[in-house]
Design a protein around this ligand. Structure first.
Ligand code: BGC
Length: 347
């Protein structure tokens, strides 16, 4: 352990000598950004990382400063992620971006970062406010979960009002099931609550038939949807999925059971991933809510770049000096054909 720390100190010293960003007045020639994701196979996170890499390359071309990006997969283990953060710091990363495995357990990472004075940008999996406030070099980049729930609810309520075919038993009530993301993830809890409440507020009575946890995952959602279909059959008129991958898992189950399209329930997702948007365009999903992965990736890169080059933090637009949230966008089947993701300003 002691030896490792010496390596870290030496690495920082060399960075100083070669002017790599820790000292004011030294021209910065290169920066190193370390990233750890909770699961590299998560569709949304993977697409966000693709955008991040692309913008880092563009930023390098625009500024002439070398930007090294290293992405590690924590593969669902918080202790693996803690170790990854420690070694990224030892390797001399100027800033670390963390997509927490367990959003309630950032303590080890915060302690390690603070001890070594390396800023941390948490993203997508939101830590609680008290943790974010533990040190003044901790940041969060994400979105406001409740917004996406409201938009998903609006999409469902509109489908019920416009397309009477979804009220198959004609009782004037939308019978629904929910496919939920991971237990404890801010987006699972909040999206479910707000989408259901919004449907009710829009004047559509609802009845919950059941729910299942499918951990954001398409294959798990297909299995769970199969079980829910066995149990409730064609009484299911609406599938509220906490993300597009699970909405698509529900569609996979409907297809695998050879249920004719005209008898499908309304299925709605959140994210607007490439496959999700495609499914809205083809009419398989009644809509989705765009989770601005490009905006989040660009905001994270700008913040990481500013921190690592000792740039002017006043140029970074943040809430409470530590949080950046990008807005969601509602995408109905009608909007989907013309919808183009907002992209990231400046890239
Ligand atoms: C996304 C999900 C993703 C999850 C991972 C959510 O914001 O909507 O698709 O699986 O983040 O943390």
């Amino acid at each position: 352990m002691r030896k490792k720390r010496w390596v870290a100190v030496l690495a920082a010293g060399m960075l100083l000598l070669s002017g790599c960003g820790r000292v004011v007045n030294q021209p910065v020639k290169s920066v190193k950004i370390g990233i750890s994701v909770y699961d590299q196979y998560d569709t949304f996170v993977a697409q966000m990382m693709t955008a991040f890499n692309l913008y880092a390359t563009k930023k390098q071309e625009m500024t002439g400063i070398t930007i090294n990006v290293e992405i590690y997969n924590a593969a669902g283990s918080q202790s693996t992620q803690n170790e990854q953060v420690e070694s990224m710091i030892e390797e001399g990363c100027n800033v670390i971006c963390v997509n927490l495995v367990d959003r309630t357990d950032p303590s080890t990472i915060i302690d390690t970062a603070e001890k070594n004075n390396v800023p941390v940008i948490f993203f997508n999996r939101e830590l609680v406010e008290e943790d974010l406030k533990r040190w003044d070099k901790l940041y969060y980049v994400g979105a406001e979960a409740f917004e996406s729930g409201i938009m998903e609810g609006e999409l469902a309520a509109a489908a019920f009002a416009e397309e009477t075919g979804f009220d198959r038993n004609r009782d004037g009530i939308f019978q629904y099931i929910v496919l939920e993301g991971e237990v404890g993830h801010q987006d699972s809890i909040v999206r479910t609550e707000y989408s259901v409440n919004t449907i009710i507020q829009q004047g559509v009575p609802v009845e919950k038939l059941g729910y299942a946890i499918a951990n954001w995952n398409r294959a798990q959602a297909q299995t769970k949807m199969n079980q829910l279909l066995e149990e409730h059959g064609d009484r299911i008129e609406l599938v509220l999925a906490n993300n597009d991958d699970m909405a698509l898992g529900a569609i996979d189950a409907l297809k695998a059971k050879s249920i004719p399209r005209k008898d499908w329930p309304a299925v709605v997702g959140i994210d607007g991933t490439d496959v999700g948007l495609e499914a809205v365009r083809s009419g398989e999903l009644i809509g989705t809510v765009y989770n601005d992965k490009e905006g989040q990736a660009a905001a994270m890169l700008e913040l990481a770049y500013t921190l690592s080059t000792n740039g002017d933090m006043k140029t970074v637009d943040m809430l409470d000096g530590n949080t950046i949230r990008l807005p969601y966008i509602k995408v109905s089947a009608r909007d989907a054909k013309e919808f183009t993701p907002p992209g990231a300003a400046g890239y």
